[in-house]
Design a protein around this ligand. Structure first.
Ligand SMILES: [Zn+2]
Length: 309
């Protein structure tokens, strides 16, 4: 039987969030917190979402505008400088990270990957203006003497999701791939391409940076967070693979259900999932926050990928 309550069964209380997953508090009167990453680069966060801005000689470059605190971005910038926002970079097309773009005001030049442009043309959302400048593989944004290196590493979370590096601040921003201190968001952070997602985590591991801005959770990330997520993913793949290899379809089923392929598969998958979750629980339930909330989702996503990809 499962040691972690399955999806759909409500439990009295979830596991405690370990200290390693927590970050500095947000002043509720302000609704956001600023983090100085050095050399004019700042993170703005409400401890659920993260965006960045870079101050240069004559203006400000903003990366992402999550609707959850987009109304505070101008105020946050005004704490540091009164220079105008000249550029807005989209990490990817998802509404929850850029849906506050219109609210920034002014007329910043919007930069994004060409796939993001395609998705935003389709979305036709007035709150997510279509980017004016797009690129395919790499793009260097020079803002005064400051440099942002944008690069595309293929589909993982969604097509067009880019890496944004600010070398002078030793900072890398990649959104919706790594969850510092936490279990990935459900179904491997909703990865559209799971082999691509595994590959991107390894690429991030090998890039030079001190600070990872991951787009979510209450703190920024480090190399150690990427190492931990990489280790978890390897264990997940192994656990799901072993469960698939050692589970026999139909075992213990009512013979009357054996001619029902949907039932046969539901019963099989259920036993694979229980084994996968039970295998991972002893090592990981206290190391990553939110293990009990989303471990079933991770096993389902992994099992499906291993059979199909
Ligand atoms: Zn996303």
């Amino acid at each position: 039987m499962p040691r972690i309550a399955p999806i759909g069964s409500r439990i009295a209380r979830y596991m405690d969030v370990p200290e390693s997953a927590k970050g500095p508090a947000v002043d509720p009167a302000k609704g956001y917190r600023l983090q100085d990453l050095g050399e004019g680069l700042f993170v703005i966060t409400d401890n659920a979402y993260q965006s960045m801005f870079l101050v240069y000689e004559t203006g400000v470059v903003v990366v992402d505008a999550p609707p959850s605190f987009a109304g505070h971005i101008r105020q946050a910038i005004a704490e540091i400088t009164l220079k105008p926002v000249t550029h807005l970079i989209y990490s990817h097309s998802h509404l929850d990270h850029i849906g506050g773009a219109k609210g920034l005001g002014g007329h910043p030049v919007i930069v994004a990957h060409e796939e993001t442009r395609r998705l935003l043309v389709r979305a036709n959302d007035p709150n997510r203006p279509v980017p004016a400048v797009t690129f395919r593989d790499r793009f260097t944004l020079r803002a005064g003497s400051r440099i942002l290196e944008l690069s595309y590493h293929g589909n993982a979370h969604e097509p067009g999701n880019i890496f944004i590096s600010v070398p002078a601040s030793k900072t890398l921003m990649v959104v919706d791939v790594i969850c510092p201190g936490w279990m990935p968001w459900r179904r491997l952070s909703l990865a559209e391409d799971i082999p691509g997602y595994f590959a991107q985590v390894e690429e991030i591991r090998h890039l030079p940076f001190d600070t990872l801005v991951a787009g979510h959770v209450a703190r920024t990330g480090t190399k150690a967070d990427v190492e931990l997520q990489s280790e978890f993913l390897k264990d997940l793949k192994l656990a799901a693979g072993q469960a698939l290899n050692t589970t026999k379809p139909g075992e213990g089923m009512d013979p009357r259900d054996m001619a029902n392929p949907w039932a046969l598969f539901d019963n099989y998958t259920d036993r694979v999932m229980v084994q996968c979750v039970n295998t991972l629980t002893p090592k990981w339930s206290t190391r990553l926050a939110g293990f009990d909330a989303f471990i079933w989702d991770q096993c389902y996503a992994m099992e499906q990928s291993l059979r199909g990809d």
